[in-house]
Design a binder for this molecule. Structure first.
Ligand code: 5GP
Ligand code: MN
Length: 330
């Protein structure tokens, strides 16, 4: 539900955008589809208004995204000298999630749908009910009165398609489908978009999926799955870490599995942990304990220790969340 306060914040953001000329747009480290889609939808809207736009991210876009309009324009950098007339940061609960220094000196517009956003901007608009940050960007684009071009619509759709786990997650609303309907009417090609994102893998990626899944373990309850990848496994399969994107969602296709943790080796005893869950099982509560964040059904954090220790720890924490979700009145 969009509240009256949110509407007035959005109107204020639109006013500030109209008054300004030079923009820097950014999103989070290791950008996903919502990060890229939100950024590019915003960029095409600003270009339509005759504004100057730079797109600056700490990491390169995922390779499959490079075929979409404007994505190759993204500059990869960890600092900006000139934050322009305004910096629009999308999809980031904290400013540090951009991984880019220099934004703190600018006029920062913070647009986000993560739980626990710290309100780091000069203007802050967050709506945790949005299924994707791209939904919020869509509303802002409408507020700005720009035409919904196929480019803008494509990027909004990419944001929604990827951030809902292909329309799986619980924060999907009638609004989600209404926005998608308008995107289709604007001329996007949903099967072509889905094909470019999901059916353009390398063979190495498929082999890596096989290797990672063959090592999947279940806890004693049978409801918690853990998977991992280290450098050795990736190299053996001819895949890269980037190729592991999406693996974390697969264990949940098993009926009994309600939560999953995927461990990616970042360094000695240093792991990046991605978690996913079904329904009311809250993985964000666990990510927060480790300084990470995200959403109820999809969160991430870093953790230190041996894989065996972390596996047992996360199995226990996830099972606790499953039990807590069962105990909660619905
Ligand atoms: P993923 O598991 O795909 O990396 O991330 C799932 C969700 O959690 C995304 O919404 C992502 O932005 C968020 N997330 C992942 N890692 C972190 C982290 O270290 N800190 C915060 N605040 N959010 C994270
Ligand atoms: Mn998102």
């Amino acid at each position: 539900m969009t509240t009256a306060t949110e509407v007035s914040v959005r109107a204020r953001i639109a006013d500030e955008i109209r008054r300004r000329q030079r923009f820097v747009l950014s999103s989070h480290v290791r950008p996903d589809g919502d990060a890229i889609g939100s950024q590019l939808a915003m960029a095409f809207a600003l270009w339509q208004l005759g504004k100057e736009v730079r797109l600056v991210n700490h990491d390169a876009p995922p390779t499959p995204m490079m075929v979409f309009p404007g994505v190759p324009k993204i500059e990869v950098s960890s600092h900006v000298e000139d934050p322009g007339d305004a910096v629009i940061v999308m999809e980031c609960g904290e400013l540090s999630r951009t991984g880019v220094e220099g934004f703190e000196r600018g006029f920062v517009i913070n647009i986000d749908h993560h739980l626990g956003n710290t309100g780091y901007g000069t203007l802050n608009w967050f709506d945790t009910s949005a299924a994707a940050c791209g939904e919020m960007v869509f509303d802002l684009v409408r507020e700005l009165g720009v035409q919904l071009t196929p480019e803008i619509a494509t990027h909004v759709y990419i944001a929604i398609l990827t951030d809902t786990g292909s329309f799986h997650y619980s924060n999907i609303s009638p609004q989600t489908f209404d926005i998608c309907r308008q995107c289709v009417e604007a001329g996007i090609d949903p099967p072509a978009i889905a094909g470019a994102i999901y059916d353009s893998n390398s063979l190495g990626r498929l082999k890596l999926f096989g290797a990672v899944l063959s090592k999947m373990e279940l806890d004693a309850s049978g409801h918690v799955a853990t998977v991992y990848v280290d450098q050795k496994l990736a190299t053996e399969c001819g895949g890269t870490y980037e190729d592991t994107e999406g693996i974390v969602n697969l264990p949940l296709t098993v009926k009994e599995i309600e939560a999953v943790a995927f461990f990616k080796e970042a360094g000695p005893d240093d792991w990046r942990v991605s978690m996913r869950s079904k329904g009311e099982v809250d993985v964000n509560a666990i990510a927060k304990q480790f300084g990470g964040g995200g959403h109820k059904n999809a969160s991430g954090c870093n953790a230190r220790g041996t894989f065996e220790d972390l596996k047992l720890l996360f199995q226990r924490l996830l099972l606790e969340q499953i039990e807590a979700a069962r105990a909660r009145p619905t």
